[in-house]
Ligand binder design. Structure first.
Ligand SMILES: Nc1ncnc2c1ncn2[C@@H]1O[C@H](COP(=O)(O)OP(=O)(O)OP(=O)(O)O)[C@@H](O)[C@H]1O
Length: 636
């Protein structure tokens, strides 16, 4: 069994016009370790085609190549990737170094797919660079080196994974005489270590340097000349082992490339950040306004008490009596602690010193009224007491409206008797409190009931004020009451309804703002497509080094994901900062933080940012992974 056996290789290319171009027409050869073979021949003779087949880059041929008895034809794509990683080192005429990586990082790409620890990988890469005479230059970029130096980096990279075969396609084609001699010496040394060096060359001087010359003409191997004995015929299998490119290495590579394209990436990040910022700001504003409304309403009225009436078609709830049955039904609900009778009074006439003032809307006292709404005095819990709003009191004495407190006024209330005939109820009552609310009078149920009694009318409750244990009981209570076919006019339900409208409005606005996210997605798609174009050669190099298609895809997806993360976080920072400014400014007017960023919005923003970039990366990443490595390598 020979180390490398080539059996009856036939290879044709299919041309655009459908014609077939036979390039290799039955190649047979064997190569051993320690050989430095020069493949020579006319241009277009099929030398590079043969190299690609040996390297496992091209699998569309007939015949077979086997290494240590293992057939390449039997290998699937992933096994061929592994074969290249472990067995093949490439040296190209045009060096093919990755321009955004330092020369140390270029050498490390292959090493990162070995089982060495990261420290050992770096150690080995530095050692190889020293071997090729580039010690202390490891942190320079390829464009800072001469042609000869670049080729030495390429040799160091080719040797990194300790492969058994070095394929060098015109390794000295771009070099001057002195550099050519130095590179040949290096290749000689490699062969002397027991590796098989196969170099394609047009130069007789180069060819003479090796141990054997093979001549290829019109797809036929027509001449095979041994110049000297192979250096060493012991094939040394690499002990480094190999695996695919790991996540950490992919992320590092993506970050490196992003760093080199800082300007473009900054613009995309800013664009995306504006989108995320607008969406989050709208959501936070909706939350803030909703919170503010709840705060304001529940600040004036007790949110744990709701006013319950019957559902009626014409909307005249005031006319429908709430019976003892209703009271016991509502008392039976688990959340309910108190049920008070209430009476709506479309208007109350207040007479003081012969002057009448009419309120626009009043009702009997219940737990919906908060003490803190009183400017002075107390709530009208006693019989024959009344609380009037400040504006009513001002109509009697604009300047000293508080003087009304403690005075006796006459009130007239409209009600109906049992035959639905209107009755005017009248009573002298004490003003026990003044409230901030507008144009209203509040009397206790007992007071109004006694007024009715005086007229031989039985006062029937037109609503019930139902109090629940705590704020979080409001919703379940309301749900149950609605099921029992009651209508709720309490503050709790107002807060809910208003908040529903506010959230709806903020979602609509956030949705409109999200259109800008589509623009960022398109930006990412465009940039990644351009990137696939400009990085075609790099993709070819990585594939030649044994990087899998999946890793190429992951490389592009990682870049997009990092961008998505960056712009989401930046958008959140913008929203946080602007929120801070708006909240500080709004404090003077509303004493409330009107922009409220919830942790869920932050999580949402990051998820949306990453998701959008992943979707945007899908097609370009797929295109990159699908590139044919041979075409990618020859991309100009
Ligand atoms: N992808 C391809 N599609 C069609 N024809 C191709 C393709 N690649 C190579 N060929 C043709 O196959 C023939 C052999 O090409 P190859 O590159 O192997 O020759 P070579 O001996 O390496 O030439 P050179 O010394 O000029 O590099 C050439 O005629 C070339 O035009």
């Amino acid at each position: 069994m020979q180390f490398l056996e080539i059996n009856n290789i036939h290879k044709s290319y299919h041309l655009a016009d459908g014609a077939e171009l036979p390039v290799l027409k039955g190649i047979n050869a064997t190569f051993g370790p320690g050989e430095f073979v020069s493949i020579v021949g006319e241009s277009g003779g099929g030398k590079s085609t043969l190299m690609n087949i040996i390297a496992g880059l091209d699998s569309e041929y007939s015949g077979d190549v086997s290494i240590n008895g293992r057939s390449l034809k039997q290998m699937n794509e992933r096994e061929l990737d592994q074969y290249r990683r472990e067995n093949i080192g490439f040296i190209f005429q045009s060096f093919n170094l990755i321009s955004h990586l330092t020369i140390l990082e270029n050498v490390l790409v292959g090493l990162e797919m070995t089982n060495l620890t990261h420290a050992d990988q770096v150690k080995k890469a530095k050692h190889l660079l020293t071997e090729v005479g580039l010690e202390k230059r490891e942190n320079v970029y390829p464009n800072q080196l001469s042609g000869g130096q670049k080729q030495r980096v390429a040799i160091a990279r080719a040797l990194a994974t300790d492969p058994q075969i070095i394929i060098a396609d015109e390794p000295t084609g771009a070099l001057d005489e002195q550099n050519t001699q130095e590179i040949l010496k290096l290749l000689d040394r490699i062969a002397a270590q027991g590796k098989l060096v196969i170099a394609v060359t047009h130069s007789q001087a180069v060819a003479k340097h090796g141990t054997r010359i093979v001549h290829l003409d019109h797809g036929i191997l027509d001449h095979d000349e041994t110049l000297k004995k192979p250096y060493n015929d012991i094939s040394q299998q690499s002990t480094l082992g190999s695996h695919h490119l790991r996540f950490r290495a992919i992320i590092q590579m993506a970050l490196k490339h992003m760093q080199r394209n800082f300007g473009t990436n900054l613009l995309i990040t800013l664009g995306g950040a504006v989108g995320i910022f607008s969406v989050v700001l709208m959501l936070a504003l909706g939350r803030g306004i909703g919170g503010y409304i709840s705060h304001e309403i529940s600040g004036n009225l007790n949110p744990t008490t709701s006013e319950v009436t019957h559902k009626v078609k014409d909307g005249n709830t005031a006319a429908v009596e709430m019976t003892a049955k209703d009271i016991s039904k509502l008392k039976g609900l688990t959340q309910v602690t108190h049920v008070e009778k209430g009476f709506f009074m479309p208007s109350v006439q207040v007479q003081y010193h012969g002057r009448n003032v009419t309120t626009s809307y009043s009702q009997t006292y219940n737990r919906t009224f908060l003490r803190k709404n009183l400017i002075k005095g107390k709530n009208p819990t006693d019989n024959n007491s009344i609380v009037l709003s400040r504006d009513i009191a001002k109509k009697y004495n604009k300047q000293h409206y508080q003087n009304l407190l403690g005075k006796t006024v006459t009130v007239y209330v409209n009600a109906t008797d049992e035959h639905q005939r209107p009755v005017l109820l009248k009573k002298e009552v004490n003003v026990v409190g003044l409230t901030k609310s507008s144009n209203t009078a509040v009397l206790s149920w007992e007071t109004v009931a006694n007024m009715a009694k005086d007229q031989n009318v039985k006062l029937k409750p037109t609503f019930l004020a139902v109090t629940v244990r705590q704020l979080k009981d409001v919703k379940p209570f309301e749900a149950q009451a609605k099921k029992l076919n009651y209508k709720l006019t309490g503050v709790g339900s107002y807060i809910n309804t208003i908040n529903q409208y506010v959230s709806l409005a903020s979602y609509v606005l956030a949705g409109i703002a999200a259109i800008s996210l589509i623009v960022s997605a398109i930006m990412i798609i465009v940039v990644l497509y351009i990137s696939v174009g400009t990085r075609t050669k790099e993709i070819g190099i990585l594939r030649a080094l044994g990087v899998r298609k999946a890793d190429i895809r992951a490389l592009f997806v990682s870049e997009a994901m990092i961008l998505g993360l960056l712009y989401s976080v930046l958008g959140l920072i913008f929203a946080e900062l602007l929120g801070l400014v708006i909240n500080t400014a709004a404090k003077g007017f509303v004493h409330y933080s009107i922009i409220q960023l919830a942790p869920s919005f932050m999580l949402f923003a990051i998820l949306v940012g990453v998701l959008i970039s992943l979707v945007a990366a899908w097609a370009p990443a797929r295109k990159a992974a699908k590139l044919d490595p041979i075409e990618a390598l020859s991309y100009e």
